[in-house]
Write a protein that binds this ligand. Structure first.
Ligand code: 0A1
Ligand code: ZN
Length: 875
């Protein structure tokens, strides 16, 4: 237990603040061991003055208070109350200037919240509640102020001084120090404050907005890395243009800065005009970054940029509204990537991610609604539900309203709320009012947790020439929500004739009318589609229009038919995934199902040259072990692993010739380019390689192919693809390749993350031992979140087979390292705990061991609030 009983914060307790802080002037005197922060706050009472004056309560953490004054007069100790995390001024005036001076220690800030030092660079992370670790403040998002920030630092070690807004002054100080003054004209909440000081190189470009504003774009990185910022810069320019074209939203300052740092708790942060990034989402070149890394950069750069409107200009009233900015901004970055690349492939990847991270969360002990009702530690709520499910909710609104209606709603949302801190209700109200629709039932998506299950049955009525469809919905109970109400959702369907062609579904409709969206809103609904000349197959939930689980009875023949013919690429992919899942479940259950129909359809797919390679690569990738395991009553990791390996091997044996053709045809002798087309070809070639490698233990030629692929790779995508397969093979080749990789990239921290990760996900039996050893590797450190995620996170999340070892060694390891990490960085420790929370899904013996690990964590002294919340909820 933490020292004091952790307090539960409830949404229903929200009260607007008693005081507004309108202007903030900050003055930083930067020293790693002793940074002085002086703050001048213009405070204005915002409550009825007829009443007793209310106390001003400020938040603070680990601040050493040196001075405090009101309107220039120092306060006597009797005039304020200083607690561990609060500073209370019981009877302040109506309107006043509050001055404080504090000392903080960036050099020992391993939590990476507030002001810290990463590789010699001072940087800040203030979302959600980091600003209180910099100065005393009402640290809540509905307190919006303009900021003027002075930074003083040593010129030699910190030549670059950055904060939000515009640079208004800079100059020299005594003793080799210098200063810069920044002014941000847009009122913002404290969580968007940002500051950076360091010795950084910069890539600069200029961008002209469509109304003619010249914006200077700069990306700052450590010296020597500027050559790896080109793709991030291109992505930023594309994102800025796209937001103008698709959303009509333009940038609003003359300067946009990005800084990449090596130690960061998350992916990146949208501080106003000073985005701070994890290196991982900025730095890329063909030699060190994979296609997936390039992808990630494009979408995270865009995501942070898009926050300028959805998050910064309009922000959240309180942290329960987090999805207001995150769900909407994820939807926007998903749409951006879909417009830049292949839309169907992007949708498939997004759904994979939703299913891998959000569906299990929604089915487990940490399930919570998109707009939660309570929390202990807000940092635990940067979840797949807030982000990914939140984006699905926005996507459904988009489906109901259409692009034009959705943009009309966005227009009204911005016109009404620009400059405000608002709620999810305000957003939905703008959508409803702009389109004159009633969204009251739809809003249940914000308040109800759990993934709905739709049970669907279809029947062709020959006499009537009609197709009849019954849809029942049910949402399983989640913690604190036993009874669920029916949700409103768009369910897109299609009907295929015997030739596999779409039957027009809209009465009198022709081309373009092949899909119909069923308005689902009750527990049970029946739809009759008239004028259907012949029955064949039902394509259901096209484009994954509703974020639900579907139950429908289908036989192998129908699945193979959809896999071969569905005109909706998402459902074509889905049919194959479902088919493969059924087969793996049967195998895992001890049956020996016939694979013939599946393998035939799979072969068709591999040979279909009309399909884009990126799509075939997705369709030819079997569902992951976790996804299949989730479908078992009691998860059996060994059986699932074995079933998946068996299916991979059978595919390789049966379709070896096709796979070899693909391996050859998808090779390229052109110079590497990260574009979607080239990446798709590489992805497909590497999928072929992966199947062929399933034969490597019995056929030396395949082992050879793999080793050659590794050795001759001229880019990281191919090299990683080979190494990922090699690490699962016993024998000297594996060791040799790993050593070679370390020799090549040992000095590159980002590439070493890959090296750690690959070893952590190896399915070989000695993996845990190896992971333990790697904890002592000089490149590993518990103080570096990327390393922790690469080694500990990859093992606990990405290696179900070894993590769930029957002897409980994986759980013991997890509990022990989590407790160590908690003393260093509680946020990251808590985020890593999720796999233990799934204990209910396993057999009795594992359940006991997983629970014991959680209990050990809870019994530990000096537990953080972060870890306490997830561990106690997980039990
Ligand atoms: N708002 C950022 C994510 C973020 C959240 C919390 C952080 O520290 C606790 C850092 C970043 C985004 O959505 O990109
Ligand atoms: Zn975000």
């Amino acid at each position: 237990m933490p020292d004091s009983a952790p307090q539960i914060i409830r949404r229903e307790d929200y009260r607007s603040p008693d005081y507004r802080i309108e202007q903030v002037e900050l003055d930083f005197d930067l020293e790693p061991r002793r940074t002085r922060v002086r703050a001048r706050l213009t405070v204005q009472a915002d409550h009825d003055q007829g009443d007793e004056p209310r106390p001003l309560v400020l938040d603070g953490e680990e601040l050493e208070l040196m001075a405090i004054a009101i309107d220039g007069r120092p306060l006597s100790p009797a005039e304020y109350v200083l607690e561990e995390q609060r500073l209370i001024i019981p009877r302040p005036p109506q309107r006043f200037l509050l001055e404080t001076e504090v000392v903080i220690r960036p050099d020992t800030n391993t939590e990476l919240s507030g002001l810290y030092v990463s590789n010699g660079v001072f940087c800040t992370q203030c979302e959600a509640e980091g600003f209180r670790r910099i100065t005393w403040f009402q640290d809540r998002p509905d307190v919006m102020a303009t900021y003027r920030t002075t930074i003083r630092a040593d010129r030699a070690t910190q030549p670059v001084l950055l904060s939000n807004g515009n640079l208004v002054e800079e100059g020299e100080l005594e003793q080799g120090r210098h200063f810069a003054v920044w002014e941000d004209p847009f009122p913002k909440p404290s969580y968007l404050f940002g500051l950076v000081a360091g010795d950084l190189a910069c890539n600069e470009r200029s961008f002209t907005t469509r109304s003619g504003r010249e914006v200077k774009l700069r990306i700052f990185v450590e010296h020597g890395k500027e050559g790896r910022t080109g793709y991030a810069m291109d992505s930023l320019v594309r994102a800025m243009r796209w937001d103008e074209e698709r959303f009509g939203l333009e940038y609003d300052l003359d300067l946009f800065n990005i800084v990449a740092v090596s130690d960061f708790n998350m992916g990146a942060m949208e501080n106003k005009s000073l985005n701070i990034f994890n290196d991982k989402y900025i730095l890329a070149d063909p030699e060190t970054a994979t296609d997936a890394d390039f992808d990630g950069i494009e979408s995270v750069v865009a995501h942070e940029y898009f926050h300028n409107w959805t998050g910064n200009r309009i922000t959240c009233r309180d942290w329960f509204q987090l999805s207001l900015k995150e769900g909407l901004t994820v939807f926007r970055d998903q749409e951006f990537s879909a417009d830049m690349r292949s839309r169907p492939v992007k949708r498939i990847q997004d759904v994979r991610r939703l299913r891998a991270a959000q569906f299990p969360e929604d089915a487990g002990p940490l399930a919570h609604p998109v707009r939660p009702d309570s929390y202990i530690e807000i940092n635990n709520f940067y979840t797949a539900t807030i982000y990914e499910k939140g984006a699905e909710v926005i996507r459904m609104l988009h489906a109901f309203l259409g692009e034009a209606g959705f943009q009309k709603g966005m227009g009204l949302y911005i016109a009404r709320h620009d400059g405000q801190a608002v709620t999810c209700d305000d957003f939905v109200a703008a959508m409803a009012d702009a389109n004159d629709v009633d969204l009251s039932q739809f809003k249940r998506w914000y308040s109800q947790a759990g993934t709905p299950v739709l049970t669907v049955s279809g029947r062709y009525d020959t006499g009537r020439g009609a197709y009849e469809l019954t849809v029942e919905q049910h949402t399983p109970p989640t913690p604190g929500q036993a009874d669920k109400q029916p949700l409103q959702m768009p369910l897109s369907i299609g009907l295929l004739d015997r030739q596999g062609r779409d039957i027009p579904l809209v009465p009198g409709g022709g081309a373009g009318q092949e899909s119909l969206t069923l308005p689902i809103r009750s527990e049970r609904q029946t739809f009759v589609i008239e004028d259907v000349p012949e029955p064949a197959a039902l394509s259901l939930n096209r484009g994954f229009s509703a974020p639900v689980n579907i139950r429908i009875d289908r036989d192998a023949e129908e699945r193979a038919f959809l896999m071969a013919h569905d005109s909706d690429p998402f459902q074509r992919w889905e049919a194959g995934q479902e088919f493969a899942t059924e087969l793996m479940l049967a195998t895992a259950g001890g049956q020996a199902p016939s694979l013939a129909a599946f393998i035939d359809a799979f072969g068709e797919l591999l040979r279909d040259r009309r399909l884009e390679p990126a799509f075939v690569a997705e369709a030819a990738t079997l569902p992951g072990e976790d996804y299949v395991a989730e479908r078992m009553v009691v998860i059996d990791v060994e059986a699932v692993h074995h079933a998946r390996q068996t299916l991979r091997r059978e595919i390789a044996l049966a379709l070896r010739a096709d796979l070899e053709v693909l391996y050859r045809e998808m090779a390229s002798d052109e110079a590497y380019s990260p574009d979607a087309e080239a990446a798709g070809r590489r992805a497909l070639r590497n999928v072929a390689l992966a199947y062929l490698s399933a034969l490597a233990e019995e056929d030396a030629r395949e082992l050879d192919r793999l080793v050659t692929h590794y050795r001759t790779a001229d880019n990281m995508t191919d090299r990683m693809a080979a190494l990922r397969l090699l690490v699962n093979l016993p024998g000297p080749e594996q060791e040799k390749a790993l050593r070679d990789f370390e020799d090549r990239y040992g000095s590159d921290m980002l590439v070493m993350d890959k090296w750690f990760m690959l070893q952590a996900i190896s399915t070989l039996p000695d993996t845990l031992e190896r992971v333990e050893t790697l904890l002592g590797h000089p490149a590993f450190s518990l103080e570096r979140p990327n390393k922790v995620r690469a080694l500990i996170g990859a093992f606990t999340v990405g290696n179900p087979l070894r993590y769930h070892a029957a002897d409980g060694s994986g759980y013991d390891f997890h509990a022990k390292r989590t407790l160590e990490l908690d003393q260093v960085n509680p946020q990251v420790a808590a985020r890593l705990l999720a796999p233990l929370g799934r204990w209910r899904r396993f057999d009795d013996a594992r359940q006991e061991k997983m629970k014991a690990a959680l209990q050990r964590i809870l019994a530990a002294p000096r537990l953080s609030r972060d870890l306490y919340e997830v561990a106690s909820k997980a039990l």
